[in-house]
Design a protein around this ligand. Structure first.
Ligand code: SF4
Length: 154
């Protein structure tokens, strides 16, 4: 898996102060996508062991208290990302007690493959659905268009 951006400290993508990872790779091609540069799974930087460890360390760093991790993109549930994302969410659950995980995906919860569902089973909140330009509304919180839904799962 590759990633485009990692924000060590972020107050925009999800509730509270968070760490946020924007991964590479997305097949949805939503019209009006604000992040088209992430569509190519080979773009960005390699998400290696060091980067994974950095996220764990940031979440456990008490100097800046982060509420959790946000996973966006691109699409964290893009098939080629699933192995790396599953490993990451497993580690966050095991090694970062009290931290939540939010995940944004263009897939709907009803359409997930068993492999995608395995990841979703380990995250707290999923914001699902493609970005629909006709339904875009800048006043929405944590989503871009009104068809998208926030699912509080755990
Ligand atoms: S799912 Fe997100 S990143 Fe992918 S095309 Fe749609 S808006 Fe862009």
């Amino acid at each position: 898996m590759n990633y485009h951006q990692y924000y060590q400290t972020d107050v925009i993508n999800g509730p509270g102060t968070r760490a946020t990872l924007f991964v590479s790779g997305c097949e949805h091609q939503c019209r009006g996508c604000y992040n088209q540069s992430t569509w190519n799974a080979c773009s960005g930087h390699e998400f290696d062991e060091q980067m994974q460890q950095r996220i764990i360390d940031d979440l456990n760093d008490d100097r800046i208290k982060r509420r959790g991790l946000s996973l966006s993109g691109g699409d964290p549930l893009f098939p080629a990302n699933l192995m790396a994302i599953l490993a990451l969410v497993k580690r966050v659950n095991a090694e970062c007690p009290g931290k939540d995980i939010w995940l944004w995906t263009g897939y709907t919860l009803a359409s997930l493959s068993p492999e995608q569902q395995q990841v979703v089973d380990l995250v707290n909140v999923v914001v699902d659905g493609k970005f629909e330009q006709a339904l875009a509304d800048p006043s929405l919180v944590f989503k871009g268009s009104s068809n998208q839904q926030i699912h509080y799962l755990r």
